[in-house]
Ligand binder design. Structure first.
Ligand code: TTP
Ligand code: MG
Length: 353
């Protein structure tokens, strides 16, 4: 017997940081606005409004490049505190409908409303109502995807952005995944997409008709996941408190680095800073993060409760191998705290100043 179909909603605020800034300063309305670091200090764009997106500006683009594309761009530093407050407000609204909430970031969450009695159990109406309440409370718009699983709900929430929603009923799940271009599959970045395109694989349907074994050879474990997703399948539950608490520190480098020897002293400094921040709280895993000149990010994580030179070196080596001749523009170091440790959560970092 098949388990009963689930009802999952993915809610995602529209141009979140930028929308908050425009709400609080209506003079910005209708103008291209971005939130991010300064153009003259290697800052990057965290996000921008839809007017700015018309110029090709997007998250993670260098602010200097964004300014080149749109000289009239209004660049704002950002107010994390306020974004956190709004995030708390929307979560309060979510909780009126379900306790099964999995936050993905400040402005995004999955909700499992399978057993929600509101709106006669219609997830479509629940999503509509949630978006209305969000607007009433925050004057900000959200988009939503409604589907039988997380993967489809996430993709669906992008379909009618901004201020829209999209429903994928269980009977349409397979067809929807089949026609979906692979670049829209979460987890398929530009590089993976290129590798798949080189094999003639462009859509979900192409994946379904491809050999799962070969897919696994090419993409490892993700190959198996992708094969499932391409059929519209995703059994992952909505996990409450999914975020594993971590504490980290990172630095955008003054000048790009090209060797591990150059990275090593920076990593040492990060370790000192992290240890200060940690105040001897116990942890069980260590992560090194590199951002390359093209803004691609890679992370390597190893189990461990101590940041020894050896461990740090090997993490750096592994991460660095993925550079493939690209220069390093940012280095980060973080640890995953043991469960039940009181924490302050690692927040989305704006790379300002
Ligand atoms: P997103 O939901 O990815 O983007 P968005 O809400 O700005 O726009 P969209 O309408 O397309 O959903 O991210 C939410 C917020 O997280 C975003 O406003 C800024 C922040 N953010 C970063 O700080 N760095 C990043 O690289 C990304 C992608 C987002
Ligand atoms: Mg968003």
């Amino acid at each position: 017997m098949n388990p009963p179909s689930r009802k999952i909603i993915h809610v995602d605020m529209d141009a979140f940081f930028a929308s908050v800034e425009i709400r609080d300063n209506p003079k910005l309305k209708g103008k291209p606005v971005a939130v991010g670091g300064k153009a003259d200090s290697r800052g990057v764009i965290a996000t921008c409004n839809y007017e700015a997106r018309k110029y090709g500006i997007h998250s993670a683009m260098a602010s200097a490049e964004a300014k080149r594309r749109c000289p009239s761009l209004i660049l704002i530093k950002g107010r994390m505190e306020t974004y956190r407050e709004v995030s708390a407000q929307i979560h309060q609204i979510f909780r009126r409908y379900t306790d099964i909430i999995e936050p993905l970031s400040l402005d995004e969450a999955y909700l499992d409303v399978t057993d929600c009695p509101h709106c006669r159990g219609s997830a479509t109406l629940i999503a509509e109502q949630i978006r209305k309440e969000i607007f009433a409370v925050t004057q900000l718009t959200a988009s939503a995807g409604i589907a039988p699983n997380k993967f489809l709900a996430k993709v669906a929430s992008d379909e009618n952005k901004p201020n829209g929603q999209c429903v994928i009923t269980p009977d349409k799940a397979a067809d929807f995944a089949a026609q979906l271009p692979l670049r829209k599959y979460p987890g398929v970045g530009p590089r993976t997409q290129e590798r798949l395109a080189a094999l003639g694989l462009m859509t979900g349907a192409d994946i379904v008709n491809f050999s799962p074994t070969r897919l696994n050879d090419i993409l490892g474990k993700f190959g198996t996941t992708l094969f499932e997703r391409a059929q519209g399948i995703d059994e992952r539950p909505v996990r409450v408190n999914r975020e594993r608490k971590s504490v980290g520190i990172e630095t955008t480098l003054e000048h790009d680095l090209t060797t591990t020897d150059q990275c090593w002293p920076v990593l040492q400094t990060l370790r000192e800073g992290l240890q200060k921040r940690l105040k001897s709280r116990p942890f069980n895993a260590i992560t090194v993060k590199l951002k390359f000149q093209d803004f691609q990010i890679t992370t390597v994580t190893r189990q461990g409760n101590e940041i020894t030179d050896d461990r740090l070196h090997s993490l750096l080596e592994i991460a660095f191998q993925r550079a493939e001749k690209r220069r390093i523009r940012l280095l980060g170091l973080s640890v995953t705290l043991n469960p039940d440790t009181p924490t302050e959560q690692l927040s989305l970092q704006l790379e300002t100043e």
